[in-house]
Design a protein. Sequence first.
Length: 652
Amino acid sequence: MKRLLLIALCCIGIGTILIAQENVYVYTSDDQVITYPLAQLDSMGFSSPQSLLTITGPHFVREDQTIELSTQWSIDGKQRVQVDWYQPEYEYIWLNPDDCAAVQVEGKKEGKTYIYAVYNGITAVYPFEVIRRTTVDVRVQPEEGASALYEGTSLRISATPNQPATCAWDFGDGSTKEQSNTLRHTYTQAGTYTITIEVDGYTYTHDVTVAPLTPVITMQPESTPVVANETWVSLSATLYNTKNKSETLQWIFPDGTTNENGQTISTFTGNNPGRVRFSHTGSNLVQVAATYDGRKLDTVGVFVQVIKDLTPAPTLYYAVKGGDIMARKLSDGTDYSYDLGVSAGEHVFNMLFANSLLYVIDAGKQFTYINDEDGIFGDGIITAITPDGTKIDTVISNVGGHAFQDPFYGYVEGDDLYYTDRSTGVFRIPLTTRNAQWNSTDYPYYVQNQRLGYYSRGLSYAAVNSCIGKIEGLWYWGKTYNGNGIWRFTDSDILPDVYSYSDATTPSAGALLKDAFCPKAFVYDSQRRMFYFSLYGNGAGVYKIPYDRIDELKYIGAVKELAQYTMDADVSIEPIAERGRDEGSDGEYIGICQMALDEATGDVYFGYRAADPEQTGLYRYNAATGKLTLIPDTKGIEIYGVTVNNTPTVLF
């Protein structure tokens, strides 16, 4: 019988036939493989080549696209039958259920493969090929001669597919769609647009930011750094204007600017005001207001950083609420601070200077309690910035993580950066860490509330953090809620894991300012052995105590007992409670969140945010005179974190 079957099927031109045991495998001329159980063919009498289970459909599918395959069974007159589809060991996604007459198959891996279907014990195999997807490399370039992608200019746009194909473009501005691989397009208004590119059934997007047309200022000092009343600075401005429209350029100079004739200059009309000198130190803002074709353009400016002389001095950095990070030379004669042109972020409660870099700890916009069950509201980040603000690197980010793991306060010891989260513990990472995303596996806690013998003995769950530091081998960890005080411990006091409070020993150093007060910031002057600290709420203010008497703070329980430690100030220092200003809640008010020390003089600096703007600003405690005063040019400026680069430098 097998020989007759072979002859019969060969006669009908099916193709190659193999017979094994109880089945006949038919390899058809179009690469299909059909299996006949001998018993089934016997009952059919081998009379018709149409008595087959076949699969029909395309033999090619692109990666991540789909094809539809269907079956045909003609032994008993059925044209489409419900079959069982089987998935071989290849990467497919079935888009509709098994046991169906048709199935959609998605190509997932480039190359030749197959699927098969079974009906009434008969198997049909269908080979097909997955073709690689078409990808495109998109480039958007400015118009020839332009320095940026400006509004109203003809942008050069191109797409390079990885295989022959033509792209269809939607520029996201309501203009007519175009088909080409190289073309030009003009955006009439500034903004960010999403370009959509379609090719071979695939869709890609490319964001492009179109800048407003503004003047470009060129500044060329004759020498650097720029010294007040000495260094000439050449300035010029250009406006990209290929269409020869009418234009005006109006220069605006800061007070104390003089031209080559020795005359004071406050304004100038034209492209080139010539050489100028500046008499004020700090950031001197030079601006240009322009019009183009009768339309007023955005005013642009450039900071000219001017120093008093070439004498090196330490540098103070401070973060302005809603503004930039500022720098200030700690020497006599500085008129203004320097604007680094780097955003101070959302809530930079701490900054630290180490390894010739400024480490900026930003708790993010959401820094108070939030119900974050899904662990997705985190937005805090630590960055490392060069002293002049020209380069910024991400150290570690918690964006998209749990809000309670955002970074708040920090301390540097050796090659390591320690930083707190909101209320649970302290992390330790190398100062060289870059572009890291926080996770508990790679960045576990160095210490937690529940890994100290204080826990359930004054220190409680979710004890809100404030500043942290280490003095003569002893950790000082501030808390402002659920365990108020400054909790002191050694590295050996840290338990290896969370514990049952009855099993642990309380650290012998003890806590300072416990229960009754909310300590926010502290700094230690090791040369003069003086400890400075700030409180908000009960006893709000700034204080100092000789370090040899530090244990006295273990027994302070009333505001009147703090009077002996109060700094002598021109005003009453009482940090605002920011309720209603989106700036905190009970136990989480910002207050004076960091204090910084000038090691050379012993002076202490901090940002004070008062209810009265006239008393708000950067404060200096003069260790020589014992007086606390507001630095005049910072009046009204709300300041968060402060730090000092104690290595003297000429500029930064």
